[in-house]
Ligand binder design. Sequence first.
Ligand code: AHG
Ligand code: MN
Ligand code: MN
Ligand code: MN
Length: 336
Amino acid sequence: MDIGTTLTHFLLEEERKYNDASGEFTRLMSDLTTAIRAISSAVNRAGIEDVLGQAGATNVQGEEQKKLDVLANTLILQSMEAMGHVAGLASEEMDEPYAIPAGYPKGKYLLVFDPLDGSSNIDVNISVGTIFSILKAPRPGVDATVEDFLQAGAEQVAAGYTVYGGCTQLIYSTGNGVHAFTLDPHVGEFVLANQDLKIPHETAEYAINASNRRFWEPAIQQYVQDCEEGKDGPCGKNFNMRWVGSMVADFHRILMRGGVFLYPRDLKKPEQPGKLRLLYEANPMGFLAEQAGGACTDGMRRMLDIQPESLHQRVPVVIGSKEEVDRVREYYEKYG
Ligand code: AHG
Ligand code: MN
Ligand code: MN
Ligand code: MN
């Protein structure tokens, strides 16, 4: 039996490339994976343990919180708050940033996360995940304010996600490529599965919630219609369509075999510029997409250039194979 390259080993090899590395990031990731292993265990015991169904509360998004939303959020706070790596934490499930309790050191990073992505899929055993983004604390050692989190995606130190699916996988990047690790449930370690993953530039597969068609802007209406017309239409090739309802699952498929994922602004809620959140869904996934040779925009602008104005700000998202993301931008330029 061969243990393989564990995440801990891989992180330490990465750290040794930097003479001035403090080891703080390695320890942060190690502590974060403790929470991820606990979340994975809860997901894998759904129905045996009381982790399904509604939590009986509503989050700042106006969404009915699931028990696993709240549990995953709590597990991450518990794994991080005493370790001294972060000056604050923010998440989809908390209105305001979580302050490190008095008596614990405040660190040099900020962690912002979606503790459980794809909540609507929890009760029906379809893959869900966790998404995280790591930023530098502008004022290490001091309680982080909301403003400290409002950094453009290009400022991210690292980003990643997990998929609690057939196996639990952790995918992350620190800006040196995208690497995937599989949790070996027998050993309890994340083991390297893929190094330096790349998203194919071309694709013939798109992901969108087609039930919103009547609410889309003209550019997206036309883009999807042209995809549906297949090889006899303007695209000149037949497209396939997939929609899981968990961004982590749709994005992971795209990372592994190409594709383009769209959650555009829709007129169903004209006051909202789309459903997905900039700081803990679009930015971390956009960072990974670019690191894997793909692209991520809000339809027009590079996602990682967008200056956040609020913690739970929503954005339209187009992410995946670069050629297709660029094509969607051309549709916006042509059809608006
Ligand atoms: P979350 O469960 O963290 O609130 O995110 C769900 C998001 C994203 O994961 C997914 O792609 C999208 O919502 C699905 O939206 P629809 O249910 O409108 O298809
Ligand atoms: Mn989400
Ligand atoms: Mn969520
Ligand atoms: Mn949610």
